[in-house]
Design a protein around this ligand. Structure first.
Ligand SMILES: [Zn+2]
Length: 229
């Protein structure tokens, strides 16, 4: 395995953050949003973006007041890191029996260091998975990534039945609590009545016990609407 320098790790994290914040539309990302996401001062963000834009093969397109977008090369690199991350999470969860709430932090560290050969072996061992344990699409080697239309649970206004698309991997504690309720990708989730300020009245599966989920937690869950039975 080649160990990449600390500097390229931080470049990777910038590219990943721009990819995530830009969303499927690949919209321009503001310095402010990046600064919050990376917990780095705006001046340092600007500094780094200028460097990435001035590279021989620019990784971003950056305009002082227009924000930033990934270049073709930057997007390719960002998707490669995301592929590493999600394959590692899947491997840790399925093969090494890591608890679901621990795989993200471990993958954050390892994603920068694995070789292409290691990546290939993990993918083959797992049968070339397309979805990670949180429900997120794993980009293909060619950089294709499946996009499914999904909505945030927090944006649901009325009672209804849904399939859980994905759960954010960022907050381990919340993940553990949600897992205990059965909130996992693929599960059937019922919103029992319109949400209140306190949160969401939910149940999982056809006969799951009702429980309450906070608005905060609802920000972490994405759903696909099911046709009304
Ligand atoms: Zn993760």
């Amino acid at each position: 395995m080649t160990r990449r320098s600390g500097n390229s790790e931080s470049v990777d994290n910038y590219l990943k953050a721009i990819l995530a914040l830009g969303g499927p539309q690949e919209s321009r990302v503001t310095i402010k949003a990046l600064s919050v996401q990376l917990a780095v001062a705006p001046a340092s963000v600007t500094n780094m973006l200028q460097k990435l834009a001035a590279a021989e093969k620019p990784l971003v397109h950056y305009e002082r007041h227009g924000g930033v977008q990934l270049s073709k090369a930057g997007r390719k690199r960002a998707l490669e890191i995301v592929r590493h991350h999600r394959l590692i999470e899947t491997f840790l969860y399925r093969v090494l029996d890591y608890p679901l709430d621990e795989v993200h932090a471990e993958a954050e560290r390892l994603e920068h260091f694995i070789s292409e050969r290691f990546e290939e072996r993990i993918a083959a061992k797992l049968g070339h998975p397309t979805i990670d344990p949180h429900g997120h699409s794993i980009p293909s080697l060619e950089g294709d990534v499946a996009v499914t239309e999904s909505i945030l649970l927090a944006d649901v206004m009325a009672a209804g039945t849904f399939r859980i698309h994905s759960v954010s991997d960022h907050d381990g504690d919340q993940l553990r609590r949600m897992e205990a309720h059965g909130i996992a990708p693929g599960a059937r989730l019922r919103v029992r009545r319109p949400p209140s300020a306190a949160g969401f009245a939910l149940s999982i599966g056809r006969s799951g016990k009702p429980f309450q989920l906070s608005r905060d937690a609802a920000e972490q869950v994405r759903l696909v609407k099911l046709p009304q039975a």
